[in-house]
Design a protein around this ligand. Sequence first.
Ligand code: FAD
Ligand code: NAI
Length: 474
Amino acid sequence: MPKKYDVLVIGGGPAGYVAAIRAAQLGFTVACCESNPYADPKGKPRLGGTCLNVGCIPSKALLHTSRLFEEARDGFAAQGIAINKPKIDVPTMIARKNAVVARLTQGIALLFKKNGVALLEGRGYFVGPCENGWRVKVGEETVEAARVIVATGSRARHLPDIPVDNRIVCDNVGALDIATVPKKLLVVGAGVIGLEMGSIWRRLGSELTILEALPDFLPQADADIVREAARAFSRQGFDIRLGVTLNKVEVTKKGVAVHCTDKSGAALEFAADRMIVSVGRVPNTEGLNAEGVGLALDAQGRVETDAHCRTNLPGVWAIGDVVSGPMLAHKAMEEACMVAEVMAGQSGSRRFDAIPWVLYTSPEIAWVGKTEQQLKADGVAYKTGKAPFMANGRALGASETAGFVKMLVDAQTDRILGVHIVGANASELISEAVVAIEFSAASEDIARICHAHPTLSEVLHEAALACDGRAIHF
Ligand code: FAD
Ligand code: NAI
């Protein structure tokens, strides 16, 4: 007799493991299947998905180390701290990153035990409907579940004619495990991964060139913020080439040679000892429909869902990177809780306009809500309040004066429509703006809140005051 569960989750990433835990908290019997061992020494499937194993967490661990290294090398002397020239020990840096990952992934396994979620090891795919739900094959075992949540995530998109070996040519997986600092590093794609990974290795000493196909980079961000970030990146030595078309990539044991053309059609050539390809991600849906259950996919190959993440199959939901919307871990976790709660008869919905974006570059970039270019395109009358980090005492004391906060509010109602930050700790500062947007606050509401002094949060406060022309400190 196959084992029976109320809920089976396919995929153990942030979408899947959170859905499994929340469903168990709500009283369902739950199993979650995962097939990828990532770097597990025993080759057993590891929980945490892309985010914990080869995404958010390891990249932020390396960003942290590289930031400290750069600060020691370039920033200490100005503060009167004399040290010998620091050296980076890459194997220790990678081992620390791996330890952080191992600790977190093991932590998820413990949370499964605590909440009574069964972990099934193996790839899951639909066999077909059964009397009370769905029959799903996981490895050699077949189980039955009244409800199934597809949370199979995404993987790096690769380009035709550029084979990724995760040694010389890396995607996000290899880029987190490069064994020595490349002398020259080429990155294809000036998106979120390209800028973060490029930052890590540039800080450690790589000469960095980023090749971007579009005439601009980060088109989803506010153009003002991108201009400011581009200036800062250029000062740091990023060589970002826009409007580039790759023609031929030659890979040898020692490196790559890339032949391309720029936007005017002129030929360009680059050679490097490592290359990172970061040109977006594709949803993992292979095999789910192998037995012809008819799970509907959209034109981009993502599982089609309604606003509650229901698919076209009865009792089957889909969440996270495998469905539409931003490919972000916090979006995946929001959908996970919503689906579990809707299954339990509670209410819930997903809302994309209050999802924050963060880039962990220097300076950090973060935003929530509409950009100025979107408001213009939508014909919305708006006012802008902008405040520089340069006028903030805490920023000055920390030598973190680059950047600004820009708040966009409705010209008639003063309701906050978007907040865009480029500057130190943008990743943390954005939370106040998320609360404001989630609760339809006005700039006047932020202006009236007492912000601790001296903190970087005062820059957001000043931006709110500036919406009404009454900033105090600049
Ligand atoms: P995934 O994390 O991809 O998990 C899906 C899991 O399902 C995988 O483990 C996979 O092995 C498993 N699976 C697939 N098919 C099957 C099957 N048939 N049976 C069993 N198991 C299956 N987001 C942020 O919000 N902040 C960040 O700072 C951030 N940094 C990132 C850095 C990098 C380098 C990358 C690549 C991504 C980053 N992301 C970040 C994005 C984030 O990792 C994803 O949005 C998030 O992991 C999506 O979660 P998910 O559960 O939908 O998918
Ligand atoms: P991306 O979509 O952010 O950027 C890809 C870039 O590659 C784009 O600028 C695109 O124009 C460019 N490109 C595409 N084809 C190209 C080609 N042939 N030649 C040159 N350039 C080309 O995708 P990326 O960076 O791979 O990241 C994937 C996703 O992972 C992100 O969109 C985000 O959802 C998530 N992520 C989130 C992070 C965060 O929240 N801090 C960090 C890293 C990833």
